[in-house]
Write a protein that binds this ligand. Structure first.
Ligand SMILES: Cc1ncc(COP(=O)(O)O)c(C=O)c1O
Length: 382
């Protein structure tokens, strides 16, 4: 039989407790989601500042579809406005919009690293889109241990490639910790390399004014995605004019794909304006994150699990075994709390985890409910 490997691999995923499923969200509000007619407190949202509840209403003058690639007739005034707004906000010469963060990361790496004398230095925990982009490029790929500057230095020292690019996330999506971006920038400078930061989870959250992980340094390439704190969708690269010109000529995903919807560009600009001004939510978010961490340490110290050291909304609890992660997340659902079990291959083997995300919308009693439920479920399973 042809294609028997499909069912073989699906069955293998099931046997290893690694099978993934989708759930239909019937309704969602700032703190709750409804699934299969049941309501849950949501601890799995990336809408960290809770801007999704309040943003743009439909504007009948803005088109829902761009109708073609940006290089044909798909480039609208809303795109120009958003690109200019972001360039100015973030202090870059240029900005280019993409329909998703995945396509921005993967296509930028593939396109820019098209010379055989190039090398990409990637943090081992970088997002799949960065890894895929690197693999699809002509560059040599060197991976360094997570946030390990010494290991990266060794790799840079050994390299005889002419064009070097260090690639990291600003806030790591599955661990919640931050990259040492200033030190990475200094290293890049020392070794005549460029730095690329994917700040999908840092923009809106980190930095004194919420502009993200790179408020104090300027990597040559900065990727922002709009599906997390901005609560819309799409992404952009911030860069110099020359890189933008190059991407416009050679980035196949940008050239041969329908441009982001103008409506989405407008919604995104309004949402970013809200995010920039969301100091009250950012303070509340910090308060909630601290409250969760303190309460977890106080109430869950006796259990054989590890809360990773993260000061961001992403708070992972490592339980190691994928089936245990699934069992705990299912039992949390019975207690009306939604959180996600993250299993390999999304994370390394033996590090299956519960990925809790804290938002500004959560109340102190929501966090108390979460801790209480975790304690009871841990007691049953550990
Ligand atoms: C670090 C990181 N980069 C990129 C992406 C991809 O962004 P998008 O969802 O816009 O494709 C994600 C998650 O989805 C992410 O967590």
């Amino acid at each position: 039989m042809a294609f028997e490997y499909l069912s073989e691999q699906i069955n293998q995923r099931k046997k290893q407790s690694l099978f993934r499923q989708r759930f239909v969200i019937q309704t969602s509000s700032e703190r709750f989601i409804e699934i299969e007619n049941k309501q849950y407190l949501n601890f799995a949202s990336n809408d960290y500042l809770s801007v999704n509840a309040s943003c743009t209403k439909l504007d009948s003058n803005t088109k829902q579809g761009s109708t073609s690639s940006a290089l044909v007739t798909g480039f609208h005034q809303e795109h120009v406005d958003l690109e200019n707004y972001l360039s100015k906000l973030m202090g870059y010469e240029s900005c280019l919009l993409f329909s998703s963060g995945f396509s921005a990361n993967a296509s930028v790496l593939k396109t820019l690293m098209s010379n055989s004398d190039t090398e990409i230095f990637q943090d081992k925990l970088n997002h799949a889109s960065l890894i895929d982009g690197g693999l699809a490029s002509k560059a040599k790929m060197s991976r360094f241990r997570h946030n390990d500057l010494e290991h990266l230095t060794t790799r840079l020292e050994k390299s005889d490639s002419r064009h070097k690019l260090i690639v990291t996330e600003g806030v790591f999506s599955m661990d919640g910790d931050k990259a040492p971006v200033s030190k990475l920038k200094s290293l890049a400078h020392k070794y005549n390399a460029w730095l690329m930061v994917d700040d999908a989870h840092g923009f809106g959250i980190c930095g004194n004014t919420g502009l993200g992980s790179c408020e104090e340094i300027k990597p040559e390439l900065l990727i922002l995605t709009f599906g997390k704190a901005v609560a819309s969708s799409g992404a952009c690269i911030l860069c110099c004019n020359e890189v933008k010109d190059y991407l416009l000529q050679f980035n196949r995903e940008y050239i041969f794909s329908t441009a982001m919807s103008p409506f989405m560009a407008k919604v995104t600009q309004d949402a970013i304006t809200e995010v920039v001004n969301a100091n009250t939510q950012r303070n509340k978010l910090r308060h909630n994150i601290n409250l969760f961490k303190i309460s977890f340490k106080k109430n869950c110290a006796q259990f054989d699990v590890q809360l990773l050291d993260s000061g961001t909304p992403i708070q992972p609890i490592i339980v190691k075994d994928p089936q245990l992660a699934l069992d705990i997340s299912n039992q949390m659902k019975q207690k009306k709390i939604w959180l996600t079990a993250i299993r390999p291959p999304t994370v390394p083997k033996n590090t299956a985890r519960l990925r809790i995300t804290i938002t500004a919308a959560h109340s102190e009693s929501d966090i108390a409910c979460l801790i209480d439920a975790l304690v009871r479920v841990f007691e049953n399973n550990l």
